[in-house]
Design a protein around this ligand. Structure first.
Ligand code: SF4
Length: 454
């Protein structure tokens, strides 16, 4: 679509529900401030000029709380700068690492890969990933490449990096290691396990890794980490997990109250709470209340077809967000995602030693499971959800981990369950929409035929 047509389409959407201050709610922040509805209103108005990439998307702004969530997604650079000026340290993590450990230790968790990918989408320009590949490797995954360019060139800054990485992603270790010329950093390790004996050894190992993290962060901030503060953080973040799961569960209602892109923003994109769990919780609670009201009134989300094909996306959710609109336009809808940003899938226990709880969380994170165990986990999710018509397994270009696991996971699912599965690859935003349209079209048609639909 031509840029002018995109703007026109976007403008027509916005006219359906213009930004009005009284429709917006203030957001509390982790450093004790409140972002007023006026601030959000002005930021989002300026965003229409600053971020041409947003014209590519159809977001349902008539969902209350959705504009506040968009504000949180777009304003990360300004907000982390304010937090830094107020004495908070911004610490780079890896996507799957539980945010509770960081926020509970008094620092702000930032996933550079995700953050950089969102920058590219907002600007509607893939130059960051292209430059990043020139620095790192032509087959670096797009998220790693974009992050490297952004943080190496100084487009955004970290105070420290402390990711926990395992053998599943080998780009991120290299990417962080290469950033050492710019930032001080440490690595925690997170093992892959495949037997009970290994589980015990891994737990011991993880305990020492978590303790070491807490000591080093205390040395950096000058404040010892209080385990009670950690526990309080578990409680706060469990509330966000709970509301996120409730939003995802609404996709299984007869009347689906939000489109696929809106769901991905409220689950995947906000999956590490956008650098502020307090603000994120307030926006998500508003979204959930608005959606419940829609279900009560029988109102479908913008763009959701009548009786759509419900799809679970696994592997890694694709970062080309426009594809979620394409999916809806073709009569599909996202029933849920299982991905690297799966912090919300299960609560963190609040009873017991917080350090032990964190160590257990690391070794029980589904993204780090072996391929067969991962497939069995996906199977249990499909059964629990009950209304999934098909599964799409997506690999990011350059991601050897997902590419290697894909066939084993999909074959194992097919062995246990008669459900259609599509395997796809994705790379930079906007690059292979035509090919995806063809594949979605054939896949959805096959599912409809199987279900005896017209
Ligand atoms: S998509 Fe693959 S290579 Fe990229 S960050 Fe995730 S695990 Fe690593």
């Amino acid at each position: 679509m031509k840029p002018l047509d995109k703007r026109l389409k976007f403008g027509l959407n916005i006219l359906k529900k213009p930004y009005i201050v009284s429709n917006l709610g203030a957001l509390p922040t982790i450093d004790g401030r409140v972002v007023s509805s006026w601030e959000i209103f002005w930021y989002m108005t300026a965003a229409l000029f600053k971020f041409p990439g947003i014209f590519d998307f159809r977001v349902d702004v008539s969902i209350r709380g959705m504009t506040e969530l968009q504000y949180l997604i777009l304003s990360v650079p300004e907000r982390i700068e304010t937090m830094r000026q107020r004495g908070l340290k911004i610490v780079g993590k890896w996507s799957v690492n539980p945010t509770d450990l960081y926020f509970g230790s008094g620092v702000v968790a930032l996933d550079p890969f995700f953050f950089a990918f969102c920058r590219m989408l907002a600007l509607g320009d893939n130059a960051l990933a292209i430059r990043g590949r020139a620095y790192l490797s032509p087959d670096a995954c797009p998220a790693q490449a974009a992050a490297y360019a952004l943080f190496y060139e100084g487009g955004a800054k970290l105070d420290l990096f402390y990711p926990f990485v395992g053998p599943w992603c080998y780009d991120s270790q290299y990417c962080y290691e290469a950033l050492r010329s710019k930032y001080k950093g440490f690595f925690g390790e997170s093992p892959c396990i495949s037997s009970d004996r290994q589980k015990n050894l891994s737990l011991e190992f993880m305990l020492s890794e978590v303790r070491s993290f807490l000591e080093k962060i205390a040395a950096e901030t000058g404040k010892p980490v209080d385990t009670e503060k950690l526990r309080r953080e578990f409680i706060r973040e469990n509330k966000i997990r709970d509301v996120t799961r409730k939003i995802q569960a609404l996709m299984l209602e007869d009347c689906i109250p939000l489109g696929s892109l809106d769901l991905i923003m409220a689950t995947f994109i906000s999956g590490d709470w956008l650098c502020d769990p307090a603000a994120c919780l307030a926006a998500m609670e508003r979204i959930y209340e608005s959606l419940r009201e829609r279900v009560r009134k029988g109102q479908r989300g913008w763009g959701v077809a009548d009786d759509p094909v419900r799809i679970l996306v696994t592997g890694i959710a694709w970062g080309d967000l426009g594809l979620y609109n394409v999916m809806d336009d073709m009569g599909g809808v996202l029933a849920g995602t299982e991905c690297v940003m799966n912090n919300y899938q299960e609560d963190i226990p609040t009873i017991g030693d917080p350090v032990q709880i964190m160590a257990e969380r690391f070794i029980n994170t589904p993204y780090t499971f072996g391929a067969v165990q991962k497939a069995l986990w996906t199977l249990s999710n499909i059964k629990r959800m009950g209304r999934v018509d098909g599964v799409v397994f997506n690999c990011n270009f350059g991601c050897n981990y997902n590419a290697a696991a894909a066939r084993i996971v999909t074959d194992t699912i097919k062995e246990h369950m008669d459900i259609p599965i599509l395997l796809v690859d994705s790379d930079l935003p906007g690059e292979n929409r035509g090919q995806m349209r063809t594949r979605f079209g054939a896949f959805f048609e096959m599912i409809r035929k199987r279900k005896g639909r017209k």
